[in-house]
Design a binder for this molecule. Structure first.
Ligand code: FER
Length: 376
């Protein structure tokens, strides 16, 4: 079944201008109650929950070398793809959505930009007790506008990058998560969907900080336990969610992409759809300018267990100009391919470690979900 949606692009010109004004993340790391609505417009840059790179004894680079917020949710660069196009597509003044299973390199402007007449969901902060960490831990949840206990919704767990926390995505409006989910819902492409943004630094020590050394990275690898044993059961008990793999999705950016790969390979039966965007090194042994990685598994182990129920779609993607993780995502693709592990790999031309990659990955994830649900 093919569905087509046609939009006048001129209506989007104004909202495209708004893009440049996106505020920066306020990562307070505070745990607060569920009644708070999270603001996207804070401009503070302080991040109390960030690792202090200057304190890392294995690393004597200057702290100003690294923009921690860019790690957590991507560098805010100019829009690539449709919004930057000056060619025939743009001049046609229309954008057309076709529901097929092809990958599109860029998230269309009409999907990423806020529209008049669409009410978007809001982020709310909540906490849950993590048996894995022995701590009360925070999450942000994007509930659809008009969320109702009378309905049930699929859930996307969305994992931030290194130095981030549960506020990283909700605090960076340039990621356009609200708009992508809201516009694709408004167009009838996807079902109303809940997005859960956890704090992926699953340490048992509330004082521990992330950093570029094996010890400081380990809590990220512990997140699989927190997610599966604590956060997912909590979300499923507290919110009106559809359970089961067909309705449970996993995606992550950079460090979150690395953990998405790891979790998807280790718990493939839990997620119908997974998307690892611009994934950080360390799934397999390797080293880069930041540190050397012992690896979560050997290359030969980078596959699903024999006979496992596997995701319907397992997407890996990365920008061709990624200045942080470089060709590591490509190497993951090559290893998965060598090991005969089903996945989709694509590159985003010209994209850095940035929002172009994040928007593209999320759009394609939802498009694949929509295609499968319309055809099965
Ligand atoms: C590394 C390179 C990149 C690494 C982590 C990253 C832990 C993560 C980047 C990000 O999350 O944006 O070597 O090691």
């Amino acid at each position: 079944m093919k569905r087509k949606y046609i939009y006048a692009l001129s209506a989007l010109m104004f909202s495209a201008l708004v893009m440049g004004c996106a505020g920066k993340t306020k990562d307070t790391g505070k745990i607060e109650d569920t009644t708070e609505t999270v603001s996207e417009t804070e401009t503070e840059t302080e991040n109390e929950n960030s690792g202090d790179i200057g304190e890392n004894k294995d690393d004597n680079r200057e702290e100003e070398d690294v923009d921690k917020e860019s790690f957590a949710t991507g560098i805010n660069t100019e829009n690539l793809g449709q919004s930057a196009a000056t060619g025939e597509e743009e001049k046609k003044d229309v954008w057309e959505f076709v529901l097929d299973d092809s990958i599109e390199e860029f998230c269309p402007t009409a999907i990423a930009e806020p529209r008049d007449g669409v009410t978007y969901g809001e982020y709310t902060h909540g906490t849950y007790f993590s048996k894995t960490c022995g701590l009360e831990r925070g999450y942000n949840i994007l509930l659809p506008a008009g969320y109702s206990e009378d309905k049930q919704y699929p859930v996307l767990y969305l994992l931030h990058g290194i130095f981030g926390n549960e506020y990283s995505f909700s605090g960076d409006p340039a990621n356009r998560i609200k708009e992508i989910v809201g516009n694709m819902t408004a167009d009838g492409i996807i079902e109303e969907t809940i997005v859960v943004c956890p704090n992926m630094f699953a340490s048992t020590d509330p004082e521990q900080q992330p950093g570029f050394d094996a010890e400081s990275v380990r809590p990220y690898d512990n997140f699989i336990n927190d997610l599966v044993n604590d956060l997912m059961p909590y979300i499923e008990s507290e919110y009106s969610v559809l359970t089961g793999r067909e309705n449970t999705y996993l995606a992550g950016f950079s460090m979150g992409g690395r953990e998405t790969i790891y979790i998807t390979l280790k718990k493939p039966e839990l997620f119908g759809y997974a998307c690892a965007i611009s994934s950080a090194p360390g799934v397999v042994p390797s080293s880069d300018k930041f540190m050397s990685h012992e690896g979560q598994m050997e290359e030969s182990e980078m596959k699903f267990e024999e006979g496992a129920t596997v995701p319907n779609k397992f997407i890996l993607c990365c920008g061709t100009s990624d200045s942080v993780v470089g060709k590591f995502p490509l190497s993951y693709h090559e290893i998965l391919e060598k090991n005969g592990t089903d996945h989709i790999w694509y590159e985003i031309p010209g994209a850095d470690h940035d929002n172009n990659a994040i928007k593209s990955g999320l759009y394609n994830l939802f498009k694949q979900i929509a295609y499968d649900k319309a055809n099965n």
